[in-house]
Write a protein that binds this ligand. Structure first.
Ligand code: PEP
Length: 250
């Protein structure tokens, strides 16, 4: 049985005080939620402060990105070990904003994935098609390509421990949510890819989150789908009440 997992991606939002306030509010109320795992992913500059606010709570800390090298002359980058050191359990990899605004490739995501796992972080690997790809009937092909490239060389044991987030790019930050049926269809495809590439145990173990304009009023229907195991939440994670209402729907 996969435990639902709701993660908040704060992106480049908040300041130090609001990050701490938000994390404190989430941590305070999270205790009342059973059978759902929660994580928040603040901007990296606030990871330390948010880690302190989350201590003694069951809410996990995640980073929004990392670099694949362990250390060295990589100005501005952060390693997996640094994220672990500061208290992260999760790291988001290959978010569509990194893929499409910052030119990150499947190969980049793959390198980061191996480095994250080697360090002991749990990666949340994002995949998702753009609007013109969906309209051209290429969704399955795009997802398969991102899945294959991003997960290349992963052992079944490592694969069983990752989280995948299906985030149709056209639904991110647009208010245009995928229908539960559209999302379920892709989630099922991803689970079949896991079964084909690895085995049925891996396919059963991996949690696949949906992301793209998840809000308190559409979360329950999405999360009721058999292959949707949680949500990666952007905008609605910036308010404790809406984030927790989504978690409550899980
Ligand atoms: C995201 O950035 O991962 C996301 C899903 O954003 P939003 O919920 O705002 O669409």
């Amino acid at each position: 049985m996969r435990k639902p997992f709701i993660a908040g991606n704060w992106k480049m939002n908040t300041d130090r005080a609001t990050a701490v306030e938000l994390a404190t509010a989430v941590a305070r109320q999270a205790d009342q939620l059973n059978n759902v795992e929660l994580a928040v992913c603040p901007p990296s500059i606030y990871l330390d402060a948010v880690a302190t606010a989350l201590s003694h709570s069951g809410v996990a800390l995640g980073a929004q990105n990392m670099y694949h090298e362990p250390s060295g002359a990589f100005t501005g980058e952060l390693s997996a070990a640094m994220l672990l050191d500061i208290g992260c359990r999760y790291v988001i990899l290959g978010h569509s904003e990194r893929r499409h605004l910052l030119g990150e490739t499947d190969q980049d995501v793959n390198r980061k994935l191996h480095a994250a796992l080697a360090a002991g972080l749990t990666p949340i690997v994002c995949v998702g098609e753009q609007l013109q790809q969906r309209e051209a009937g290429q969704t399955r092909q795009v997802i398969q390509q991102q899945f294959t490239g991003s997960l290349a060389g992963l052992s079944p044991q490592d694969a069983a421990g990752i989280v995948i987030a299906y985030e149709p790019v056209w639904a991110i930050g647009t208010g245009k949510v995928a229908t539960p049926q559209q999302a379920q269809e892709v989630h099922l495809d991803l689970r079949k890819l896991l079964a084909d590439r690895y085995n049925i145990d891996v396919a059963d173990a991996v949690r696949i989150q949906y992301g793209g304009s998840v809000k308190p009023d559409n979360a329950a229907e999405l999360l009721a789908q058999p292959d949707i195991d949680g949500a990666l939440v952007g905008g609605a994670s910036l308010e404790a009440d809406s984030f927790l209402a989504i978690a409550g729907a899980a």
